[in-house]
Design a binder for this molecule. Structure first.
Ligand code: FE2
Length: 429
């Protein structure tokens, strides 16, 4: 007897008409025509059933703070950092926890199974760290939350930046962060990467740095991060977030840099929503897109996943907690519109990001956690195109969120019909 049987599912790898049997919070079988009885049966009716979305780059301490204490007038990264600096002294643990939980509820209903959040360690009160560790514990039954010690104001630029970051790690933060391009000089940026990689190696922790989130073609912190990764034997345990400078770099230099990143087995985390908004602000026209070289990095075998980064905070007044919105923007900005490329981007939002986070028991295979999302789409490309509704979110074999399908009633010239945007239209090739 199974606990739950999901019938007639399309899977992200292209298999159709599959049944997924669940027992004890674990996937017991995936095959067609399972006939054994189950306590509950869900007919997926040929919809896509995916493992959950994973956000590998977010700022849960800043989310939903839009307008506090004022709006970002210039729309730039630098005014966002200044604005956050104004808000930070007024932050309370209670308000931080309240906003984070509100966002997580929204994200979970949209199929989010895990988030890696950067947590600002610049204010030595570390109220942000206390709050996010509390949130991690409160949500642990329905969302895996990883925390990164993030020196927003610069490791060396902030007073006692290294001491505060180290204390955050002592409090239980999981990962070492950084922001080398925001240090005072290129040289201090280089030193910050060295210091932080050594700290991570000494403590046996992974690294995830905001790295070269600039339009400067001569920024070289990605190179340093890759080299320090190799030097400290941290291969596969380091993520470079944003890497937008790679958009503007000389092609010859990039032809040397990408193999170095591959040697370091760097996890790459572009954030297409925020960076299409923030980058190129000093350009007139033509104006650079400012997203890293996704297609080339994927082709070189690097693990690329995409982050949402911000939702309604000093840097980004948009966002919805929907990783398909992130993938939708990635398709456009990276110009990856073929069926294979859209499928690769869906993979980046799920399997690749789970790999970045090092999640255990993730994915559609026997013996893994029964964590699933049923989407109002037939396949990954359609899911991205429609930013498909997440009809059901399942965690450890239990339905934890439901959303009604999006159906439109046509009332034109005496005709009456119902349109399901995921059915009855041309296929996605
Ligand atoms: Fe970020």
């Amino acid at each position: 007897m199974f606990d739950l049987l999901i019938q007639n599912a399309n899977l992200p790898d292209g298999r159709k008409g599959q049944d997924i049997a669940i027992r004890g919070g674990t996937i017991a079988a995936i095959e067609s025509g399972i006939t054994a009885p189950a306590r509950e049966v869900i007919d997926a009716t040929g919809r896509l059933v995916s493992p959950p979305f994973i956000d590998p780059h977010f700022h849960l301490d800043a989310t939903l703070s839009l307008g506090l204490p004022r709006m970002n007038r210039s729309g730039t990264l630098l005014e966002g950092i200044a604005l956050w600096g104004e808000l930070r002294p007024t932050l309370t643990r209670e308000a931080l926890v309240g906003r984070a939980l509100k966002y997580i509820d929204l994200a979970v209903t949209q199929g989010m199974g895990a988030i890696r959040t950067h947590v600002d360690t610049s204010d030595p009160r570390l109220v942000t760290v206390e709050a996010m560790l509390e949130v991690k514990d409160l949500v642990k039954d329905y969302l895996d939350l990883q925390t990164v010690a993030f020196p927003q104001d610069g490791l060396f630029r902030a007073k006692d930046g290294l001491a505060s970051l180290t204390r955050a790690l002592d409090m239980g933060v999981d990962i070492v962060g950084g922001i080398p391009h925001f240090e005072r000089t290129m040289e201090e940026g280089r030193q910050s990467v060295e210091t932080l990689c050594r700290l991570a190696a000494d403590r046996g922790l992974p690294v995830d740095m905001h790295c070269d989130e600039t339009d400067d073609p001569l920024s070289r912190h990605v190179e340093t991060l890759a080299a320090e990764t190799i030097r400290h034997g941290l291969q596969g345990r380091v993520a470079g977030s944003h890497l937008t400078s790679m958009h503007s770099m000389d092609n010859y230099y990039v032809s040397k840099l990408i193999p170095l990143m591959a040697e370091a087995r760097m996890n790459v985390i572009p954030n297409p929503l925020i960076n299409i908004m923030l980058q190129g602000r000093h350009d007139s026209y033509p104006r650079r897109r400012g997203m890293t070289r996704v297609r080339e990095l994927m082709a070189a075998g690097l693990n690329v996943s995409f982050g949402h980064d911000c939702v309604m905070d000093p840097w980004y007044a948009m966002g919805s907690g929907d990783m398909l919105e992130v993938g939708h923007m990635a398709v456009h900005v990276a110009q990856m519109g073929s069926l294979e490329e859209k499928t690769a981007i869906f993979q980046a939002l799920t399997v690749n990001s789970a790999r970045t986070l090092g999640l255990q028991g993730y994915g559609l295979a026997r013996g893994n956690h029964a964590d699933l999302v049923i989407l109002q789409a037939r396949d990954p490309a359609e899911a991205i195109r429609l930013k498909a509704v997440k009809l059901m979110v399942i965690r450890r074999g239990r339905v934890i969120a439901r959303t009604a399908p999006r159906l439109a009633q046509v009332l034109i010239a005496g005709r009456e019909s119902v349109i399901d945007p995921a059915q009855g239209f041309a296929p996605d090739y």
